[in-house]
Structures are given as structure tokens and as C-alpha cells.
Ligand binder design. Structure first.
Ligand code: GCU
Length: 688
């Protein structure tokens, strides 16, 4: 089928290793579909498509084993309760399977036979994609034995798509869901999107922006539900539910009520009726995502209620249908006066939500950004992880690179995410890592997992920068299983999506692996963040937010920079962590240096562990960062022959822009601090 966009890691170019193809052919020539349900059909269809392209012939699909009930070779796909599958999969193996898990097994006694089984349909689709990956990575099919379950229950993408077709913080073209205030009818592309997502284990998509206004308010009404149901049908086939962001004041806008007070009888009734209607159209609707009392969006505060009142009221409306409410903790005062040094945006979420711990209904999940601010290139982990002990929670990561280069600059985020997931909260003593909070095991939560702000749009490569596909891929992989390393994910993605030449693969993996640190070096230093151009958030503007009414400050003067967030002398933010971390962040000596300016106000001549002063460190990292950005491009040029021409050219153009951006950052930041302090670079490099 010809499409005008890439299929990313499902592109399936023919395997060029003849002996491997030979060996494989025996297994993949037959597909035996045991069940008749739609998931089995999806799994079979996917296997068929993949084999046809990867191996070069179309497999035979049959409903029964070819030679009686003892087939000679092929792939059997079916439920583990089915007799044919049970023949090959042991009880012990079945025991190990969760609801969405799958088993893939090459049957030793019957060479050439591979069984893919699951307890329910979703698992079969995951199993099919996993087997396809196995082939793409040229792993031995005769040795395959995988029992795999997702570690997290909710693996969601948040799209910040507006109904006019624009995407808030989108850097990859227009929305794939909406155009001209209508829901798309290009369902072919939606299907390919569902395939991509399902192949990395995503099981839910919130399709509209968290800032819900104008037409989007009406998405929860019959005006749009018919079209949304068609989208849901496509996603359902791949085990993905759709969710909607809602406006908390909808009862006023749509229902013409006088209030949206969550304790008002009419409001409660209105939401119940609304939920009922939604489920008539979409029986497996996932639920609502809510940004309330945040950045000018209405919420329960407007009516004198708290967040638990608001979330629980919606939860009650969705509960009869199995829906959930995902309530964001991104709540803070966005117009803090610069004279007010006591208010601290970093503290806001914990101050507001910690007292509500344990008060949320069981189908409410709080969605917490990984850091206490807003997706900066470096932030401490939000103290709500480990702070909330009796509340379901999701970690919110930003796949779209709002503050990390906007898919112009290369920034592989899995390295950062991994650090966040490995952070030990000490909530229940050592080994209370964030990864165990978000997989639900630490506090035994009913719902938990990952939400990622999508980096996808209508661009032919989906993500603007071809290499930014790796971020989408990595998000899915980590949400499925946080024990994967960023490096193995990068390598896998690269082989599946770009090239399998070993030199090229290792070059790209190395580029991806260092890219976050490179980006960090040429932008805001040591965790201070925010030195970006206001509103657009690309390119440097050291004082852009310092003198705006948005109230996000670094407070640089001629002597020092940084915010004292210690308990002893600062805003007290450090005290929101459990004892071990609170103590670590409290003192300048033990605070991790990459977060020094986040937690402390530091004089420019303070000597860091490297032996360099703070000011010299700022100069050094900015010179290095800009140089390393050039190195990224040099590496790319070296592998030209192994990359498809159009991809090579597109990426090259991005690197040229990144180099310019990095130089601009270097010069703006260095000159700013040089002029503020009057301290020259000890190596005499050019500073304006
Ligand atoms: C950031 C971003 C906004 C977005 C907000 C959110 O502040 O700049 O565009 O709406 O996050 O997460 O709600």
C-alpha cells in the first residue's frame, strides 16, 4: 500500500540476510489463527503484512492446523484457553501471564513451530508485534521463548491537539485528529498510528489538548461523538482506548447551568448524563483528563471546592462504565510577583495535593509532571512521587520537545527519563524508586503508569526530526517495561527504523546517548532552567521570564545566581522530600551539582567539584556544548552512505539549525554572565 508518510519502525524493508531469511521461511510460511475474534484477526493481519515485506512472500493463513492437530511448521496464534495452544504452553507459563501479557514460544519437539498465546486479545496483538520485532532484529526464531507482561497498567499518550488542526507545543506539522474544527475522516492514517502505538505497547490516547476551549468543549456531546466513535473503533482493534480532555466548566458552557460547582446536584446530574451518552457511542471510552485551576483553566477552586471534590464528582459519573478520571497536578500561581520570595512554584503541587492524599476515589489517577516545574532539561524529581502514598498516580513525561530543542535539536530523552525513574524517593526506605511508584508496586495502586505528551503530527516522518521518533519509541518501551536501558532501546529503534549497518547503528546510538547532555550544556546551567524565549520556548533569552509577569525566576545579579530552596534559609522546597533526599538537597555540599542552582543561591566564584568556579563552569559547558553539537553533525555525515537519501538530507538540515541554535545559546549566555560579573574566561575564548 502506498502512503505519503513513513511507517517508522514498521517500515519493513526486506531482510538482506539470505541464510536468515531461509531459516525463517520455514516458520513463517503458515499462520494458523485459532480464534475468530477481532484481536486474532489484527494479530494475523500484522504478521502477514510484516512477513510479506520482510521475507518476500505472502504466508498462508488457515484456521486450523494443517496436518491434523499436529502442524509441521508455522505460527499458531490464539488464546491460552484454546486446546491447540494449551498443547504447547504449560500451566506454569500461563500462570505467569497478566491480562495484557503474551507468550511466544518455539516448540522444541516440533522444530519450525512457533506459538503466540495470550489470555486476552490485546496480548495477542502485542505478541504479534513482538515476534515481528524479533525478526527485524534477526534474532533466532528457533530459540524464541518470551513471556512478557507490561509493568504498568496505563500507558497513555496525551495529544495537545486543537480542533482547528494546530497542536500546542507541536513541532511535527498539524494535528492528525482534527482539521477545521472537525474530527478527521482520514482513518487510514489513524490506523497506521494505532499500529505504531500498539507495537510499542501504548494502550490509551487522549486526543485533545488539556487546555480545552471553543469547539473542543463540545467533544463530549453528540455533536462530535459519532465521529469520535469511528476513531475509537480503529484504535480498539489495537487494544487502545480513547480519552478526552474536558473543560471543568462544561456544565455552564454546554448545559447552560449557572454553576459547575462539583457539589451541586444539577452539576452532578449533568455529568452523569454526559457520561451515559458518551458510553452509548464509545462503550470502552477510557475517561477524562482534567487540567483544572491551572493556567487560566477553570476548576473546583472557582466554586470554593478542592481538587478531590472536583475529581471525585467526575469519577462517580464514569465509574458505572469503568472509566477513570486523570487529574493533573500541574497547579501553581502563574503570576507570582517578583517581590514575593516566599511563594515558590516548585512547592505548589505538593502543597496542594499532599493534604488530599487518600481522599480521591479509586478511579481517580493523579498525573504528575516528572519535575516540580515544567519539563525543563534538568529538574529534580517531583516530591509528589513518594509523597503521595494512598493515591493512584501517573508520571507525565514530555515527548514533544518543548524545552528541549523542539525537534530541531537532537535530544534523546530516554536518558533523562531513566534517571527520573531510577530516583530513590525513600518513601518506604531504600529502593522506593520512582519506577516502583509508577508501576503501582510500591503503594499497591489500582491504576498507575505513564502519560507522555505526544511529539506526533502530520509530518511525513510523524515527529518533525526523524531521530525524534526514537523518543516516541522509547516512551512506549519504558512505559511497558522500565527495566530497558536507553541504549538498548536506541539500538533497537535504529535497526528497525533506519539502518542495520553496524557502524551506522553504533554511531547513531552514540549520538542519541550523548544528545541530552549536549543540549543541557549549551542551554540553562545547573538546573536553573527557563532562560528561553518567552512563549515560544526555543532559543535563549536569559531574562525573558525574569521580567515578565509569568513569575519564573533565576534571580541572577552581579554576585550570585539561583534560588535558595533550602529549609534553613530558603523557600523550604527541599523539605518536601523524604529525610534522605531532603538532607541531600538541603546543603550545597551534598546537592547533586547538576541541580545546584535549582536548590541554592550560589556566588559566581564558588568552586565546584571539578575545581572550576561556577562562572568558569558556565563558560566551559557552553563552549563545549556548542562544539559537541557540531560533532553530532560530523558523525551524521560519516554515515551518509548507510541512510536513505531523503532522511539523510532532512536530518542534516536539522543539525545545521541545531549548530546555529547552540552557538546562539553559547554566546547569549556567556556574554550575559560575563557582563553581569565582569569575570573573564580564564581560557580567553571569545565572549561578546
Ligand atoms: C506548559 C506548556 C503549555 C501547556 C502546559 C501544561 O506550560 O508551555 O503549553 O499547556 O505546560 O502542561 O498544561
Amino acid at each position: 500500500k502506498e502512503v505519503d508518510y513513513s511507517l517508522c519502525w514498521l517500515e519493513y524493508s526486506k531482510i538482506d540476510d539470505e541464510p536468515y531469511r531461509e531459516k525463517l521461511s520455514k516458520v513463517v510460511k503458515n499462520i494458523i489463527a485459532v480464534g475468530q475474534d477481532k484481536f486474532t484477526q489484527t494479530a494475523v493481519e500484522e504478521l502477514k503484512t510484516a512477513v510479506t515485506s520482510l521475507v518476500g512472500f505472502e504466508p498462508e493463513v488457515s484456521k486450523e492446523a494443517l496436518c491434523g492437530d499436529n502442524p509441521i511448521s508455522g505460527i499458531i496464534v490464539g488464546n491460552v484457553t484454546d486446546a491447540l495452544i494449551m498443547k504447547y504452553i504449560s500451566d506454569d507459563e500461563i500462570q505467569k501471564l497478566d491480562e495484557e501479557g503474551y507468550v511466544i514460544k518455539s516448540v522444541k519437539e516440533n522444530p519450525g513451530l512457533v506459538v503466540i498465546g495470550s489470555k486476552n486479545g490485546h496480548g495477542l496483538v502485542y505478541g504479534a508485534f513482538s515476534f515481528i520485532k524479533h525478526i527485524q532484529l534477526k534474532r533466532d526464531v528457533e530459540e524464541v521463548h518470551i513471556i512478557d507482561n507490561p509493568k504498568c497498567k496505563l500507558r497513555l499518550l496525551n495529544h495537545w491537539d486543537n480542533m482547528d488542526g494546530t497542536v500546542e507545543r507541536g513541532y511535527a506539522g498539524r494535528s492528525i485528529f482534527f482539521c477545521d474544527n472537525k474530527v478527521t475522516n482520514s482513518l487510514g492514517r489513524i490506523k497506521d498510528y494505532a499500529r505504531l502505538l500498539s507495537s510499542i505497547g501504548i494502550n490509551g490516547v487522549v486526543i485533545n489538548n488539556v487546555n480545552v476551549n471553543k469547539n473542543a468543549i463540545w467533544l463530549i456531546t453528540p455533536k462530535y461523538l459519532g465521529d469520535l466513535a469511528k476513531l475509537a473503533d480503529v484504535f480498539r482493534q489495537y487494544g487502545i482506548k480513547i480519552y478526552l480532555s474536558i473543560n471543568f466548566a462544561s456544565p455552564i458552557y454546554i448545559g447552560k447551568l449557572k454553576t459547575a460547582d462539583p457539589l451541586d446536584e444539577d452539576v452532578i446530574k449533568w455529568w452523569k448524563e454526559t457520561a451515559k451518552t458518551i458510553y452509548e457511542y464509545i462503550p470502552d471510552f477510557g475517561g477524562f483528563l482534567v487540567k483544572a485551576d491551572s493556567e487560566f483553566n477553570p476548576g473546583p477552586y472557582k466554586f470554593g471546592r478542592d481538587h478531590a471534590d472536583g475529581a471525585n464528582m467526575l469519577a462517580e459519573a464514569l465509574a458505572p462504565y469503568g472509566g477513570i478520571v486523570i487529574w493533573r497536578c500541574f497547579v501553581y500561581n502563574c503570576t507570582q510577583d517578583w517581590r514575593d520570595t516566599k511563594t515558590d512554584r516548585a512547592k505548589a503541587a505538593y502543597d496542594i495535593f499532599k493534604p488530599l492524599d487518600g481522599k480521591f476515589a479509586e478511579n481517580v489517577v493523579l498525573q504528575v509532571k516528572y519535575g516540580p516545574m515544567d519539563f525543563q532539561v534538568r529538574e529534580p524529581v517531583s516530591p509528589l512521587f513518594g509523597g503521595l502514598e494512598r493515591t493512584n498516580q501517573l508520571i507525565e513525561l514530555q515527548i514533544t520537545q518543548e524545552y528541549t530543542g523542539q525537534q530541531i535539536d537532537l535530544c534523546y530523552l530516554a536518558t533523562m527519563w531513566k534517571e527520573v525513574l531510577e530516583f530513590d524517593t525513600y518513601a518506604k526506605g531504600p529502593e522506593s524508586k520512582v519506577k516502583y511508584v509508577v508501576d503501582g508496586t510500591l503503594f499497591n495502586n489500582k491504576y498507575s503508569g505513564f502519560a507522555g505528551v505526544s511529539n506526533v503530527g502530520s509530518d511525513k516522518n510523524w515527529t518533525g526530526h526523524w531521530l525524534a521518533q526514537a523518543n516516541l519509541y522509547a516512551f512506549g518501551m519504558l512505559a511497558w517495561d522500565h527495566s530497558f536501558t536507553p541504549e538498548e532501546i536506541a539500538r533497537e529503534w535504529c535497526v528497525r527504523a533506519l539502518t542495520n549497518d553496524p557502524f551506522a547503528v553504533e554511531t547513531i546510538v552514540s549520538m542519541l546517548m550523548r544528545s541530552w547532555r549536549v543540549y543541557e550544556k549549551y542551554t540553562a546551567p545547573l538546573g536553573i532552567g527557563w532562560m528561553v524565549t518567552p512563549h515560544t520556548h526555543y532559543g535563549p533569552s536569559v531574562d525573558g521570564y525574569e521580567y515578565s509577569k509569568w513569575g519564573t525566576y533565576h534571580r541572577a545579579d552581579t554576585k550570585a545566581i539561583g534560588i535558595d530552596r533550602s529549609v534553613k534559609s530558603g523557600t523550604g522546597f527541599a523539605g518536601q522530600y523524604h529525610r534522605e533526599n531532603a538532607a541531600m538537597f538541603e546543603s550545597m555540599e551534598t546537592c547533586p551539582e547538576e541541580l545546584l542552582l535549582f536548590f541554592h543561591r550560589v556566588p559566581y566564584d564558588y568552586v565546584l567539584k571539578s575545581g572550576e568556579t561556577l562562572i568558569q563552569h558556565i563558560y566551559n559547558t557552553h563552549f563545549e556544548g556548542a562544539e559537541e553539537a557540531e560533532k553530532l553533525k560530523e558523525d551524521w555525515v560519516k554515515i551518509k552512505d548507510y541512510i536513505r537519501k531523503d532522511i539523510y538530507e532532512d536530518v542534516l538540515e536539522r543539525f545545521n539549525r541545531q549548530i546555529e541554535n547552540a552557538k546562539e545559546w553559547r554566546d547569549v549566555v556567556n556574554s550575559y554572565f560575563y557582563r553581569k560579573t565582569g569575570i573573564p574566561d580564564k581560557y580567553g575564548r571569545k565572549i561578546y
